[in-house]
Design a protein around this ligand. Structure first.
Ligand code: ZN
Length: 215
């Protein structure tokens, strides 16, 4: 898990989702009440499996030479309250954060959004760093929602997945659709997709699309 989480941070850079050190990934250690997360303030180029940090589900440091990411409390809160989640990603990616700055959900106007998010990408409450309020906002918004991404108002994006890679994919797709819908808005009002079509697309993508697993 240390290797997975360290390696995946390169994807945040590759897809232009982060500036400086402002973005982080974590991964739950299967079968344990522990997760691996980025160390605070360490440059992406310097991340290695060894300098990743292990925390318990209250966000306390269990193993590592560095302090954990300043967003650790939010990641920990998600793992405590959403047992199905195995990976969490946080970024301030530009277009998604622009929607967050307006407190505006991204409407489902692209089939790719219906596929990945099953509807609009919702907005979570304004919350200050330092206690559980960011985590509470993420969980309250995403519980019972199909979207694996939430735009935290005036802040940025948090995504969840069954593992860290799935959460990274959701962060990449979130920025991609945030950008396209933003561009579409410049020349008019994007057309909504009917709810029954969204359901159909979501079901197909989640259950049928892709390579069949080998027997
Ligand atoms: Zn942030």
């Amino acid at each position: 898990m240390r290797t997975q989480v360290a390696t995946l941070h390169a994807e945040l850079v590759r897809y232009n989702l982060v500036a400086w050190t402002a973005g982080n990934i974590s991964g739950r250690i299967p079968g344990e009440d522990l997760f691996v997360i980025k160390p605070s303030g360490v440059a992406y180029d310097e991340l290695t499996p060894e300098n990743m940090v292990v925390c318990d589900l209250d966000g306390n440091l269990v193993e590592g030479d560095h302090a954990p990411s300043s967003d650790t409390a939010a990641h920990a809160y998600v793992y405590r309250h959403m047992p199905e989640v195995g990976g969490v990603v946080h970024t301030h990616s530009t277009y998604a954060s622009a929607w967050a700055a307006r407190g505006e959900p991204i409407p489902c106007v692209l089939t790719a959004m219906a596929d990945e998010f099953g509807g609009e990408i919702p907005v979570g409450p304004f919350a200050l760093i330092g206690d559980d309020s960011i985590g509470q906002g993420i969980v309250a918004t995403l519980e019972g929602h199909r979207s694996p991404a939430v735009l935290m108002q005036n802040h940025g994006v948090f995504t969840i997945g069954k593992d860290p890679k799935a959460a990274v994919k959701a962060a990449v797709m979130c920025e991609d659709v945030a950008r396209t819908v933003h561009v579409a808005r410049q020349l008019g009002e994007p057309l909504p997709i009917k709810p029954e079509h969204i359901d159909h697309l979501y079901d197909r993508y989640q259950n049928v699309y892709g390579q069949r697993s080998p027997r």
